[in-house]
Design a protein around this ligand. Sequence first.
Ligand SMILES: CC(C)(COP(=O)(O)OP(=O)(O)OC[C@H]1O[C@@H](n2cnc3c(N)ncnc32)[C@H](O)[C@@H]1OP(=O)(O)O)[C@@H](O)C(=O)NCCC(=O)NCCS
Length: 182
Amino acid sequence: MGRDRVTSTTYYKRFRMEIDLAGAIAMPRLPGRFVWVPWQDSLIEQHAEVKYRSFAGEIDAAVFPALGDPFGCRRLMFEIRRKAGFLPEATWLIACAEGYVGTVQGVMDRGPIGAIQNVGVLPPYRGLGLGRALVDRALQGFRHAGLERAFLEVTAENTAAVKLYRDVGFRRCKTLYKAVAQ
Ligand SMILES: CC(C)(COP(=O)(O)OP(=O)(O)OC[C@H]1O[C@@H](n2cnc3c(N)ncnc32)[C@H](O)[C@@H]1OP(=O)(O)O)[C@@H](O)C(=O)NCCC(=O)NCCS
């Protein structure tokens, strides 16, 4: 005899936010003990691990379950790397003596427009300006690639991220709903 599985759907409100990249973007500065690590193919696993450890248990891991799973993050990194518009200059790690602590990836989307993929900072290193620096560094990479606009999508209840993006200059241009079956 089969069993019925009762499923429910949660709708997460998400914002698409955009920014005009006209004008110079200042080189983001890191607190003294942190350094920038530019993209290399050999760092794909490190990006995946920092992504996983940043998103695990956070709201976006409920919206996108792959973000809350180490193998899901690895798969996402390989998908991002394979995209035709992958931009190494908008893809960065931040490191310190304890290891890698922050990640961001950028791609060129149809438009053309820069698309920030995932920004993540490990919990013990939050509130130090690293998230802001990662976003600014990705925007610089988009400018370097000749792009004039950039966008990202963010879950409305992720208030830290929404505030960060607003502070950088992103403005909300569309509200979307992401259905997640449970
Ligand atoms: C969002 C995230 C990247 C921010 O990283 P961070 O290094 O702590 O951010 P910063 O220290 O650079 O903070 C920059 C700004 O973000 C906002 N911010 C960061 N944390 C905040 C919090 N807990 N509450 C409110 N605002 C916050 C503030 O505007 C802050 O500027 P201020 O310090 O001048 O007030 C980090 O919390 C994270 O990795 N979260 C889990 C993954 C995630 O949700 N990523 C975003 C997906 S869209």
